[in-house]
Design a binder for this molecule. Structure first.
Ligand code: ATP
Ligand code: MG
Length: 376
């Protein structure tokens, strides 16, 4: 049932012969294990759908190889790949009811009518579609069409399941409920699934590993925890995590037992300063070169009310379960999050501590150099 998926040096170029070809996917490599749930995460236009459609066979692979299990499939017709896909645009058959649409996916499996009904009913229940099965696509909501499209993919027995934004149209409550059920269903049936989303909560909640894409390139393929703790570059660092990581372009210097980071811009103000002993020898050595770097600080890692650094509160918002605080400090503005409410008002001073062990250090070109005390 569940198969591995490998993409090797996969490229997609649209309008290859036109004056301005579109390089949608560039040298994409990934190895997905049988039964693994993988999310493709990235901003609009980064190449997620193109990648999925190439795996399914609806888009030609311009260059490279795709394997399902140990079977090269990139030259096979879609029907020969044994892949089930839920499309971004649903593509339901208008003259068929939702029940018939979902059942249609089972045509190839030659099941008896009772078994078809049983399977369609089970998946419809899971997706809370059971009350709408006798309606036509044109007479149900976008969210219901989307769930029917998801049902049509899940009801099949296939080697892999490709789900393109399968819950994008749903309201947050239903989305969260379905997310849990979908995950349990995929796990119980040991299904290999690739899910496209631009919602990082969804990716974190559902996926074993997340492939972060930008500009057609795979930026990092890792578990949600690893993406957060050890982003491979500044793009992943700032893309993953809400609110985003604070970043400061600085030049480090060593002297008199201290490490000092000064703004790389005109001001040259000291942004942060630490005792040298807070950094490991390899990181000190690296910093000692004095080259421009980028410091990344996650809002959650800023300790408000502690330490010597002084900031001035710019805004303090309670968003229902967290405080988001913005403060001006010599590095510019720093955003922090706290689990509790904070009494501070705009314009008031606030103490801020940023432990050296929580700093993410990136090279000037964005490559990660160190996460906390760990060199990359
Ligand atoms: N049929 C096509 N012909 C020409 N260019 C295309 C075609 N399909 C996609 N593209 C271009 O390829 C790039 C990647 O598109 P793709 O649909 O894969 O992005 P995506 O990550 O799925 O975005 P979204 O989140 O908006 O769905 C974009 O620049 C897009 O304009
Ligand atoms: Mg898309």
């Amino acid at each position: 049932m569940s198969a591995s998926v490998s993409l090797r040096h996969v490229n997609k170029v649209y309008a290859q012969r036109a004056k301005n070809p579109i390089y949608a996917v560039k040298d994409f490599n990934i190895e997905i294990k049988p039964g693994e749930i993988v999310a493709l995460l990235g901003s609009s236009g980064c190449g997620k759908t193109s990648t999925l459609r190439m795996i399914a066979g609806f888009e030609e692979v311009t260059e490279g190889e795709i394997l399902i299990g140990d079977r090269p499939v990139h030259r096979l017709a879609p029907a020969k790949r044994n892949v089930a896909m839920a499309f971004e645009g649903y593509s339901l058959y208008p003259p068929l009811t939702l029940r018939q649409n979902i059942a249609f996916a089972l045509k190839g499996e030659r099941l008896d009518t009772a078994e078809v009904s049983r399977r369609v009913d089970a998946i419809s229940k899971l997706l809370e579609l059971d009350k709408h099965l006798d309606r036509y696509p044109s007479s149900v909501s976008a969210g219901q069409q989307q769930r029917a499209s998801l049902g049509r993919a899940l009801v099949r027995k296939a080697d892999i399941y490709l789900l393109d934004e399968p819950m994008g149209q749903l309201e947050p409550q239903l989305r969260a409920a379905l997310r849990g059920r979908l995950k349990r269903y995929l796990r119980e049936h040991r299904m290999t699934a690739i899910l496209v989303t631009h919602d990082q909560t969804e990716a974190n909640a559902l996926a074993d590993r997340i492939a972060v894409m930008e500009g057609g390139r795979l930026q990092q393929f890792a578990s949600p925890g690893e993406l957060k703790d050890a982003p491979a570059n500044l793009f992943v660092g700032t893309f993953i995590g809400e609110p985003p990581m604070n970043v400061y372009r600085v030049r480090p210097s060593l002297g008199e037992g201290r490490v000092s980071f000064r703004g790389a811009g005109d001001g040259k103000a000291e942004v942060l300063s630490y005792a040298e002993s807070e950094f490991s020898a390899p990181i000190r050595q690296l910093i000692g070169k004095g080259e421009e770097i980028v410091l990344g600080i996650r809002p959650h890692d800023v300790r408000v009310g502690e330490g010597a650094s002084l900031g001035e509160i710019v805004s303090n918002q309670w968003i229902g379960d967290q405080t988001h605080m913005e403060a001006a400090f010599p590095g510019g503005v720093i955003v922090s999050t706290l689990d509790a409410r904070h009494p501070g008002r705009m314009g008031e001073p606030v103490k801020l501590a940023i432990p050296a062990g929580k700093l993410h250090i990136f090279a000037g070109d964005g490559r990660a150099i160190a996460h906390g005390t760990r060199l990359v």
